[in-house]
Ligand binder design. Structure first.
Ligand code: GAP
Length: 576
């Protein structure tokens, strides 16, 4: 295959998987439409993700608006820091991401460079568009958020969300109550995110509107051992840690237990979601030989995160693509929203045993403090409640002013109290998936061409559970009642919840090829034997083998095959 990308995208456009958006108006880079089969493939991959995170992990899904007020993004740091470094060609006036241009010099990880370092690199680069030398040009920040105003004539600024995560953080208090005030718990969200990417030229890889599937898992900061770690402790994953990257070594396969014990992955939680992500990607149809997990270098890792890993998938056209980011985000997000909103963002964690402690408490005499300090009386009383009493009075700070409160304005009490627990700000573990990138990788990895009887057979070898169409039914000929039986079978499969296409158009071989191209795993043909004994042929897309089965058993068998409850080998078809 000369260039798999061109072949995949040609098939994807022709068969209704992916189209350029607003094509009749010339399209805008960074936006795509999913056609009928693409939308179905996407839905199936999202449902598989839900199966992993919502059903198996028990992290309920929420749905927040894609447009939010500025306060959210001031707190999250996106307003001040979510920018790419940009440059403009002085000859053709085109804008580019400065790190992408700097990669012309052979630099890896140019995105970790500062503006001045990039400016130095760009001197030796040419414009990717007009190919003129760039020379001395400025590199400057470009915030990637789309900005708008909320309401007519309004001055209220709103932003399209650059990640789905912030909705989960802002709903923290309500989620905590939903989960009955106990750690750990998780919440998920699948939806559109928006980034005004500077020059998106990589098809489905860098979009301005894309779908993320994110889980935010809230855990006790001192309990980073995963309660179900045993599920994945022996699971083997290729890891490319910091050491491998620094020495230029390839990823090394190791179990999650080994990775945590060797200190390569920071904790069991991060390791658990690395393994689960690998499991998910392979189940969705990504080739397991083309997946690796790369640890962020200290220069890339966000300052608040203790450990970050990217699931990278290899593409013939684009090289290693980051499809999922898995991070231990510590308490950064909750702390930031707490500071911005004034809400607590903490969880009361009861001790195993009630603790008895001695404490000194100051009881203010409001009868004296009120007349003396008037408007400041209440803040002074609040400050006294947590202050340490001095010998000749107690100092408190109110509105930045230090005030010495005389000792006869309060009483000091020694108390013995029972303490049942403490308020804790949880840490967040975040696996963040880019659904569109995963879809592209699945399309590329599942695309296959083979020679059959001197003709090229193009097949999308999707795993049956993510294939957009699960079954196709053909009458051998459109007469003698075969078409009626085939239509009845189609309806019975559809009634059983199996997405089934009926096709009576053209030679049977052509009909097989059409379904091969869209990845339909099971094809059923109604022939003259069907009208005699009620059996049909069931053809497996990958091996092209056929067996005869009773048409009454079809719905159950196809259901079981699609869900993985039975295999082709069980039916006597070799799956190789
Ligand atoms: N909440 C964390 C977060 O958003 P990220 O690494 O910026 O982290 C997560 O994004 C994933 O979203 C990426 O691994 C990638 O798959 C996807 N993604 C990010 N920007 C994208 C874009 N412009 N187009 C398509 N997918 C994108």
């Amino acid at each position: 295959m000369a260039d798999i990308y061109d072949n995949v995208m040609e098939l994807a456009k022709r068969r209704g998987f992916v189209w350029p958006s607003a094509e009749i108006y010339g399209s805008v880079a960074g936006f795509i439409d999913y056609g009928p089969l693409g939308a179905m493939l996407k839905r199936k991959i999202e449902d598989l993700w839900r199966n992993f995170y919502v059903v198996r992990e028990g992290f309920y899904e929420i749905e927040c608006p894609t447009l939010g007020p500025g306060a959210i993004y001031r707190a999250s740091g996106h307003l001040s820091g979510f920018a790419d470094l940009m440059c403009q060609c002085p000859h053709c006036q085109e804008f580019f991401r400065a790190d992408h241009v700097a990669e012309q010099t052979g630099l890896e990880n140019a995105d970790a460079l500062l503006a001045a370092e990039l400016e130095a690199c760009l001197k030796d680069c040419v414009c990717p568009s007009c190919e003129e030398p760039l020379g001395e040009i400025a590199v400057f920040d470009f915030n990637l958020m789309f900005q708008t105003t909320i309401g007519p004539g309004s001055k209220r600024t709103g932003y399209l969300r650059p990640e789905t995560a912030q909705g989960i953080f802002t709903d923290f208090g309500r989620l905590l109550r939903f989960y009955r005030d106990k750690l750990p718990f998780g919440a998920t969200q699948i939806g559109k995110s928006y980034r005004n990417e500077i020059s998106p030229r990589q098809g489905m890889i860098r979009l301005r509107e894309f779908t993320q599937a994110e889980a935010e898992i809230f855990i006790h900061p001192e309990e980073k051992n995963h309660p179900n770690f045993a599920r994945y402790s022996g699971y083997m994953v290729p890891l490319r840690g910091i050491a491998e990257q620094e020495s230029g070594a390839e990823a090394e396969g190791m179990t999650m237990r080994e990775a945590v014990d060797a200190g390569i992955v920071a904790n069991e939680y991060v390791a658990y979601y690395i393994a689960l992500t690998h499991d998910f990607l392979v189940s969705a149809g990504v080739n397991p030989e083309k997946v690796r997990f790369r640890q962020h270098l200290p220069t890339e890792c966000a300052h608040y995160a203790t450990d970050c890993w990217d699931a990278e998938v290899f593409s013939e056209r684009f090289g290693w693509i980051e499809t999922v980011g898995i991070a231990d985000r510590t308490d950064y997000d909750l702390r930031s929203h707490s500071a911005e909103s004034g809400d607590a963002f903490t969880v009361f964690v009861p001790y195993d045993e009630v603790q008895v402690i001695e404490r000194t408490r100051i009881i203010p005499h409001m009868g004296k403090i009120g007349p003396m300090y008037r408007g400041k009386a209440k803040p002074i009383a609040d400050a006294l409640a947590t202050a340490v009493p001095g010998e000749d009075g107690t100092e408190v700070v109110v509105d930045g002013e230090t005030i010495l409160i005389p000792a006869d304005f309060y009483e000091v009490r020694e108390e013995t109290v029972e303490v049942r627990g403490e308020e804790v700000m949880p840490h967040v573990i975040e696996p963040s998936y880019g659904i569109d990138r995963i879809i592209y990788c699945v399309l590329e990895h599942r695309y296959d061409e083979e020679d059959v009887d001197g003709e090229v057979r193009r097949v999308m070898r999707f795993p049956p559970r993510v294939a957009p169409v699960q079954a196709a039914v053909f009458p051998l000929v459109n007469k003698d009642g075969l078409d009626t039986i085939a239509q009845e079978i189609t309806q019975s499969l559809q009634q059983a919840g199996i997405l089934t296409q009926y096709d009576d158009n053209g030679a049977i071989g052509r009909r097989y090829r059409r379904q091969d191209e869209i990845g339909t795993p099971y094809m059923i043909t109604v022939d003259y034997e069907t009208s005699e004994d009620g059996t049909v042929t069931l053809r497996d897309r990958d091996s092209m083998q056929q067996i005869r089965i009773d048409k009454e058993d079809l719905a159950v068998i196809v259901h079981r095959l699609v869900s993985g409850a039975c295999s082709l080998d069980d039916l006597g078809i070799s799956s190789s």
